[in-house]
Design a protein around this ligand. Structure first.
Ligand SMILES: *[C@@H]1O[C@H](CO)[C@@H](O)[C@H](O)[C@H]1NC(C)=O
Ligand SMILES: *[C@@H]1O[C@H](CO)[C@@H](O)[C@H](O)[C@H]1NC(C)=O
Ligand SMILES: *[C@@H]1O[C@H](CO)[C@@H](O)[C@H](O)[C@H]1NC(C)=O
Ligand SMILES: *[C@@H]1O[C@H](CO)[C@@H](O)[C@H](O)[C@H]1NC(C)=O
Length: 332
């Protein structure tokens, strides 16, 4: 009897630790041989805006997002398996990506500037947070009617270093700040401003931080899980794309009146290492309704949430037809 309970606990512990595991571990060099050596990435498509949504709330639209937006595979890095995209952030924004997700790490050389790396800066360093913000700032300056959202994963740097990069690039004054009574989890989807309101006030950047946010200190870095929920991000098979809330942990079993982040990227694995499944990306990012395609996943989530999913987060955004999916969501 006790042995059974012990075994059950052990199995449970193993499962729990698997779920919490960072999905991509350090990849040995020779693993590169296992994937497509010359992937011939497709040229990015382009977003087709739906003008009617200009007068609707920020929370009533679907945006395409890039997962690990700064981790770029190119021929120069031998199509590094640590890369999740084929094109850099300025190309992503020009094409129509409006939600950028990236991880910020402490500088391994001890500087206070935050480095945007995936998992570990030795594997892939996608530049500093200052550089990322400068790219976003120039896009916003050149496109005065566009809104961009940053989803920043905090792997350690203190809040003051995050805020510093905003002050230095002038993005603090372009950042959307919720009314004080809408912080701490009180912001419902119906409380978000319309796009036209955000444009007219020039508050066109929305920034979320997953950990370490404190809106009483830095009001423009919003604590992610006070405003949104996410679906599971550990997907090893194209049949596993889920719409159920998976984080924060306390919302299991119901759909909160919050923004929704739908994770739609597929991992391949080899000897226990997870890395992005690039060879299947054109299907994963497809606009069709077959299992594993973004189109199917988005429609299923919309029907469960009874509203549009807000962010569809993908790897290799140029593959498949992600902007067709976005248009389909927003136009109907
Ligand atoms: C890419 O591969 C070539 C040939 O194997 C090697 O010489 C070069 O150092 C590699 N470059 C990187 C950035 O790994
Ligand atoms: C991003 O990529 C484009 C197209 O490849 C290139 O022209 C541009 O210089 C790159 N930007 C940065 C900041 O590397
Ligand atoms: C990518 O995913 C497809 C569909 O699930 C699978 O058939 C293929 O083996 C995966 N690729 C790798 C390298 O694991
Ligand atoms: C994805 O690309 C492969 C290889 O180029 C091709 O055979 C396949 O038909 C493509 N799938 C879709 C859904 O476009």
């Amino acid at each position: 009897m006790y042995l059974c309970i012990f075994l059950l606990l052990f199995v449970y512990q193993c499962l729990a630790s698997q779920v919490q595991q960072v999905p991509v571990g350090p990849l040995p060099q020779w693993l590169a041989l296992q994937d497509d050596d010359d992937p011939h990435p497709k040229q990015p498509g382009s977003r087709v805006p739906v003008p009617a949504l200009y007068h609707k709330r920020y929370s009533e639209q679907t945006f395409i997002g890039t997962h690990d937006a700064v981790a770029i595979r190119t021929s120069e890095n031998n199509w590094s398996l640590s890369g999740n995209q084929y094109f850099n952030v300025s190309t992503q924004l020009k094409a129509g990506v409006r939600f950028i997700q990236a991880q910020g790490h402490n500088d391994p050389n001890g500087k206070s500037e935050i480095r945007m790396c995936h998992f570990n800066c030795a594997l892939m360093d996608g530049g500093s947070l200052h550089e990322l913000l400068a790219t976003v700032k120039s896009f916003l300056d050149e496109n005065p009617r566009e809104i961009v959202t940053l989803m920043l994963v905090n792997v350690g740097p203190p809040l003051e270093h995050w805020a510093r990069a905003y002050y230095d690039t002038g993005l603090d004054i372009m950042s959307y700040i919720p009314a004080p009574d809408k912080t701490f989890g009180n912001m419902k989807t119906g409380d978000w401003p319309t796009i036209v309101e955000m444009v007219e006030t020039n508050k066109r950047l929305v920034s979320f931080l997953d950990k370490g946010a404190d809106e009483t200190q830095v009001p423009f870095l919003l604590r992610e899980f006070n405003y949104m929920f996410e679906t599971s991000f550990v997907i090893d098979h194209s049949s596993q794309f889920s719409c159920e809330p998976s984080r924060p942990w306390y919302i299991y079993g119901y759909i909160p009146d919050r923004l929704s982040l739908v994770n739609h990227f597929l991992y391949a694995s080899f000897l226990g290492f997870r890395y992005p499944n690039a060879s299947y990306a054109n299907t994963t990012n497809g606009a069709g309704f077959r299992e594993g395609e973004l189109g199917e996943h988005a429609v299923r989530c919309r029907s469960l949430y009874e509203r549009r999913p807000n962010y569809l987060l993908v790897d290799f955004f140029n593959e498949g037809d992600v902007f067709d999916v976005e248009y389909g969501m927003n136009a109907y």
